[in-house]
Design a protein around this ligand. Sequence first.
Ligand SMILES: O=C(O)C(=O)C[C@]1(C(=O)O)C=C[C@@H](O)C=C1
Length: 376
Amino acid sequence: MVDLKELRDEIDSIDRQIVELFEKRMDICQKVAEYKIRTGKKVFDRTREQAKIDTVKGLTRSEFNRHGIEELFQQIMAMSRKLQYQLLEENGVAGRLPFIAVDEIERSKVRVVYQGVEGAYSQAAMKQYFSEDITSFHVEQWRDAMEAIAEGSADFAVLPIENSTAGSVNDMYDLLVEFENYIVGEQIIRCEHKLLGLPGAQLSDIQRVYSHPQGLSQCKPFLEEHRGWKQIPLENTAVAAKRVAEEGDKSQAAIASAFAGEQFGLQVLADKIYLNEANSTRFIIITNQRIFRKDADKISICFEQPHTSGSLYNMLSHIIYNNLNMTKIESRPIEKRNWEYRFFIDFEGNLNDSAVKNALRGIREEAKNMKILGNY
Ligand SMILES: O=C(O)C(=O)C[C@]1(C(=O)O)C=C[C@@H](O)C=C1
């Protein structure tokens, strides 16, 4: 009968040797980093890593171990790269990020665009974020707002990115990739949807209900109690309220805010119809300049990765290894490339932090491509 203690002693002795060899290897990697600092050579060398993996796999005795050794060496080399990025950063050769730190984002005497019509939740978000002495205008589509920022006809745009009940606004992620606009702030607004109808209308008159698709989805249980109603999605909750007011048909109602109701002279037919008491929408403030507040504490980036096992894990390891806290992850299909995805992550930090610069440098070097969407 084998003795477990003896076996464990043997494992302990092997592990001590592994640790000793690992530390020796990392010391050499430090010298490699010094060489790379002197010569400007890139840390990540894909060809060398592939050759190394092939060689060490060839040294194993079984298929099972071949797989294990591949994973082990991928991790060892990932550690080696992270050490090297850290040394680059410490030596001040990590490179400058193309973002400029500012004390404050201007909130007065600026031109701001939002999507929808007056009474939209975007307008409420704008009013909360900016002061009263701004010039504002609204556009029909989110894309129009993005274009207004890109061409400079507005300084800032206010656009929805996420609702606490219905989830992310997918189109916004795609637009953030398409346009060279950047997030500089965010504003959270409670969305207390109401069912709004014409003055004198009764709940029993209603046959059709208009809202934004997210408005409809956020009031699902209420709408299920009224299965006979036809649900019609529109581009904005305030557009829905406007339409009910303009068409003057008592059988029509809108799901929108109380201030949209006031704006268009509608009355509240049903209150508290939303799924979640704390139902809120997070709006982002966008501009065409690469600026960030000196005290900004949240970063959004996106990157593309090849469709291979472990590729997302490898990117996220830069966040973990630099002790950063990831707060959100999203994926969106890449246009014209079926079943391939672009990942969007948010994490805590400021672009001036060394840990953040380190993580970004690693991701930039190792991902197919990476874009910083903003620090706010
Ligand atoms: O050989 C190098 O250039 C190294 O930086 C060392 C090393 C390794 O750990 O083996 C690490 C990173 C490179 O991508 C390739 C190999």
